[in-house]
Structure formats: C-alpha cells, structure tokens
Write a protein that binds this ligand. Structure first.
Ligand code: NAD
Length: 310
C-alpha cells in the first residue's frame, strides 16, 4: 500500500495511541491532534508528530502547512457519557461541532477518507434484539450517543454530496493497556487499579448488567482494515459475547490470584442494562480473526497495570 499522510485525533489517548503505533508500523506518516485533556504524552509514539490543540479550533490544522493529507482517523472526543448528560451542549460542541470543523478542514487539506470512532452501545440504546447487528434500531439514550449518531449521519451526507469516503466503527466496550481509569466507562481499568490497591470493587445494582468487552488489539485491526480496504459505511466492532459485571469480578479473581472484595452500591439511574454487538459483518468482509477471549485479554491487561504499579 502507498504510504499515507494520516491525522489521528485523540492519538495520545487509550485507543488512538494504539492505532498510531499500528499505522506507523505500516510505514505511514502520522500526525496526532490532541489537547491532552484525557490523553497523555506517555502514550505518544515518538515517531508521530504532535499537534497539541483542540479539534474545535478551526485553524489548528494550519500547522500542517502545505502537507497534503490522505486520511483523517478521528478518535478525539468528549467520551464521558455522564458529562454528556450533565452538559449536553458541551458534549455537542466537542463531539458534533468539533467533528464538523475537522472534517471540513481535512477535506480542504486533500483528505479523501475518514475513519470515525462511533459507539455501538451508545447509539443503539437499550437493545431490542440480541446481539445488536448494524440494522438494530438507532435509539440513543444519552447526548453522547446522539452526538455519535449525528456525526455518522453527517459522514453519510459528506459521502453522498462531496464524495468523501468514510467508515464509522461502532465499538463495544473497549479495554486494554493504556486505558485511563479516571473515566467512568473503563471498568477493566478501574477494577485493575482497585485490585492492585487492595480496594473493594464497587458493583452498581445487581451486577447482572451486561457489556461486550472487546480488546483494543481487535479495535486496532478494525482500524487497519478500514484504512486498507477502502470500506464505506458503519460497522460494529464487538465480540458478540455478553458478560455480566459479576462475571467480570470472577475473571479478575482468576487473573489476579488475589483476594477480591466486592461492595454493592445503588443501581445508577438510566444505566443501560444490556449491550452486546454482532461484529461478524466487518470480520467477514475484512477477514479478521476471531476476537481475543475476554479471559486472556483481561489477564494481559491486568499484568500491564501490575507492572506500572510495581
Ligand atoms: P480517551 O479519553 O483515552 O481518548 C480521547 C482522546 O481525545 C484523549 O487523548 C483526549 O486528550 C483527546 N481529546 C478530548 N477532547 C479533545 C478535543 N476537544 N480536542 C483534541 N483532543 C481531544 O478515550 P478512548 O477510550 O481512547 O476513546 C477514543 C474514542 O473512541 C472516543 O471518540 C470515544 O468516544 C470512542 N469510543 C470509546 C469506547 C471505549 O470503550 N473506550 C467505546 C466506544 C467509542
């Protein structure tokens, strides 16, 4: 494949930084656009060029000079669902308006393709069929989900009217090394740190709520396929396997070999009860391997957190 000029927004964050590593390893030239609000320099690959700034700043990509861009891989976001509920306008400002400024600007810089990090759990809302395929009704129950869906629609518009090719990757619950434990979504990162500190794991409600945990290496594979196969449209990136929070605790017991205490807290109002994505469409199209089983992915991730703490 020809060497491409790629901007990865959010490339100092959890998922984006792994994608940057993979794209650089394939020989592409990568710029990371990130305001470091939840990402960190520690995650940054030294071979990438950092443009430190906000995606909402319409002039931020002027720093590319006359470089002709090929691809925008867009991972920067206000990614906190609870913050989107408490401040929907801020969420929309970053996740919708920021995305549109960026898309307009990269088209001017010559980009012909966009890869966008959407969210299956957030845009399907409370599921009505299991596992959720790409045809599941789109009924987001958070401003964050509304924003992700809006950007998918805008990308459809840009494809139809401006010929800009794009792929929206609808992730399940992504976990793996470098995940930030400060957010609310990263239960594996949060539990890893608590186990290592000897703190009890807090389980909201009965613990029977389910999620689909997909390892970041599978998400990276999807992003490489999206780059190399000139795909268009929206695709789930998930395992099709539903795991309860109580099962997550058990997997932690086995993976860590430590004594684990659990404290139950009140169920969170409005929390989605179930979510599981059917990721076969993209896997078959791109001939991707079966996803990494949660037990092995979690063991590897826990070791990574362990090494950082010791
Ligand atoms: P993250 O917080 O680690 O990464 C987000 C990155 O974006 C950070 O480096 C942050 O500093 C940067 N950023 C935030 N606002 C910015 C702004 N206004 N301008 C420039 N940079 C900004 O989160 P993540 O888990 O790696 O998520 C990456 C993307 O994947 C997000 O778009 C998120 O919505 C999406 N996603 C994540 C999951 C998941 O389970 N982690 C699931 C579905 C979708």
């Amino acid at each position: 494949m020809r060497k491409l000029n790629i901007v990865v927004t959010g490339g100092a964050g959890f998922i984006g930084s792994h994608i940057v590593d993979a794209y650089l390893a394939l020989g592409h030239r990568v710029w990371v656009l990130d305001d470091l609000s939840s990402g960190s320099r520690e995650n940054l690959n030294g071979e990438a060029e950092l443009i430190e700034g906000d995606i909402r700043d319409g002039n931020i990509l002027d720093r590319l000079g006359s470089t002709r861009l090929d691809v925008l891989n867009h991972h920067a976001a206000q990614a906190d669902v609870r913050r989107s509920v408490s401040d929907p306008a801020f969420d929309a400002d970053v996740n919708i308006v920021g995305s549109l400024r960026l898309i307009q600007r990269v088209m001017e810089a010559g980009a012909h393709r966009v890869i966008f990090s959407s969210s299956g759990g957030a845009i399907y809302g409370e599921p009505v069929t299991f596992p959720q395929t790409e045809n599941h009704p789109l009924l987001p129950v958070s401003p964050y989900g509304c924003a992700k869906l809006a950007v998918e629609h805008y990308l459809d518009y840009y494809r139809l009217v401006h010929g800009l090719r794009s792929v929206s990757l609808r992730y399940a619950n992504v976990y793996g090394p470098r995940q930030n434990s400060r957010g609310e979504a990263g239960v594996v990162a949060i539990f890893s740190e608590r186990v290592l500190k000897g703190d009890p794991l807090i389980v909201n409600g009965s613990g029977e709520q389910t999620r689909d945990f997909v390892h970041v290496s599978d998400v990276v594979r999807a992003n490489v396929a999206a780059l190399e196969l000139d795909l268009d449209g929206s695709f789930n990136v998930g395992t099709g396997i539903e795991t309860t929070l109580n099962e997550v605790v058990e997997v932690f017991r086995n993976a860590s070999g430590r004594e684990i205490r659990v404290e139950h807290a009140e169920a969170r109002k409005g929390e989605q009860l179930r979510s599981v994505l059917d990721g076969t469409a993209l896997r078959e199209l791109a001939r991707l391997p079966e996803p990494l089983p949660f037990t092995s992915g979690l063991s590897e991730t826990f070791r990574w957190f362990e090494e950082r703490v010791s």
